[in-house]
Design a protein around this ligand. Sequence first.
Ligand code: HEM
Length: 586
Amino acid sequence: MNVTHVIYALIVIFGLLLMKSLLSKCQTLRALYKSMEQVPSAFPKSHILFGNVHQHPGLNAEGLKWYLRLAHTWKDAVGVKVWAGPFQAIVAIFNHLSIRDILNTDTTEKPMIIPGYEIVVPWIGHGLLTSNGPKWFRNRRLLTPAFHFGVLKPYVKIYNEVATILSTNLNRNCDTGKSFDVTELIGLATLDSLLRCLVSYEDDAIQQTKGIHPYVYALEELGRLSIKRAFNIFHYSDTIYNLSSDGRLFRKYCDYVHQFAEDLIKQRRDAQMLEASTEGESTKKHLDFLDIMLSARDDDSNGLSDEEIRHQVDTFLFAGHDTTTSAVCWTLHSLAGNQVWQDKVREEVSNILASTGSDEITWEDVGKLTTLSLVVKEVLRMHTPAVAISRIVKEKMMVNGVEILPDTLLDLRLYTLHHNKKTWGDDAMEFKPERFLTKEVQQLDPFAYVPFSAGSRNCIGKNFALNELKVITARLIHKFRFEIDEDNQPIYKPEIVMSCKGACDSMRCSCKKQDLICGSSCKCRKGVCENCPTHQHDDVDESDNEFEPVDDTITPNVEDQEENELPENPLPDNWMNQLVKVDAII
Ligand code: HEM
């Protein structure tokens, strides 16, 4: 046998292996297409190359309505299928029975692909949110003590400190006499609180809006660039993305936030070593997340490396920031649109604070905020901050009676689940906190209401978030009155979280004349605020309105609707108006 024979033999073997792999791929695909026949389709036709990607209405208000229409039509189905290209089957799920089967099993995991969770991995690494299997399991066990009630308790003081600075900033903006967007201030406050609680980082510059802190700026840019990448299929390849200007910018901001976290970790290690060597007392006010991570040990007495700790710090800032900001903003927005509930919450807070004679909400007080709790539950249902989460099937599994094959992507539409009329009734689109007192809702399947997800991969920061949300809202409602601004409507942005542009903006006096009032009891209806007599009302100058009016992103695209033969819109025409307008006073 000479060299030529060997080459021929290798070519034949290689060809056979290739054929075998192609055959097996074809069989898998055939099985996938067959299994998907049991799932109704979101679109009547799918493109041979793009699947349905080009038909999707996008991450906007129209997209939300589109999923609601599908949920209304396919009430009892496992979900509906969408093809991302010819090979990737996605099942959009909005039925609690399907959600229960998916979140209750270990045959699914986080999809580490682009545009899935993989997009944020260069930024947050393989922390708790973006890891699977034994790595996730070990880290979850090591990090769970960081959210123990004993650790969370002292954080309530920090939420109060943050709320005080936030109130001062709101008042300062009120002094300008112009409408302004409070979303940004709330975002800075929730970031400030995360940095203080988790890594004991205190810097007054964080809550300053002017001359924005470089860390705040870097986080904002990273969020913006991640979304941008998700919508550019040419940037799905790491090589191409890294060479692009966006990719280089993304890398630059990643390097900055990584360095920021590394410096904090190093400083803490140095401080701990100094304390140990001098037997000195710690000057820290509370045990933080970093302390717990630095001392955490697994069963083999191994701790977390500095790189692992950095991944977790970045993960917690990522997972805990926009979500909480969204929840606070939508709570204020909902109360602005429901003065009766706003007054009930204010009365509850006032009674609690009057009984303690303090301005601060204590740990014990948080449990007494029962009216606010109802409001918060309803807000998390109506404006679900984590609009959707996803999983990939690892092993063949049954979902709501349908067999789903490996590699199918499951798109759990939590917002849609929370508005499913079959579960929540015909008033599902209405803000009714009292629904959580009814027997029907109390007896619902626990998987029908999952703003923090459920099962082993539920939100580890749930109690942290709820406490913070309640303290900040209580403090603001005690001091300010929020009202709907008829002129400015925020625009729904259901991206990584349910954010909005301009929600909760425009702090105004109830006289609706662009004057802004400080204090807690503005009765101004005439022209001069009795609390701030220096603030005379000016005529409203429309050019002062910096907020975008509702644009066509929320107008149903009739053309697409006809082409896709979508079912009739089950929502009232003005449903968006009911959700998005906001204004506030004093
Ligand atoms: C209102 C605020 C919040 C909401 C609605 C929320 C919601 C969620 C949801 C739905 C998940 C599941 C994600 C998935 O399956 O992909 C999740 C996971 C997670 N959340 Fe939150 N979250 C909030 C606040 C926070 C806060 C404040 C922190 C940290 C301080 C945090 C840290 C995490 C982490 C680390 C995970 C991953 C857990 C794991 O996979 O083991 N979240 N969150």
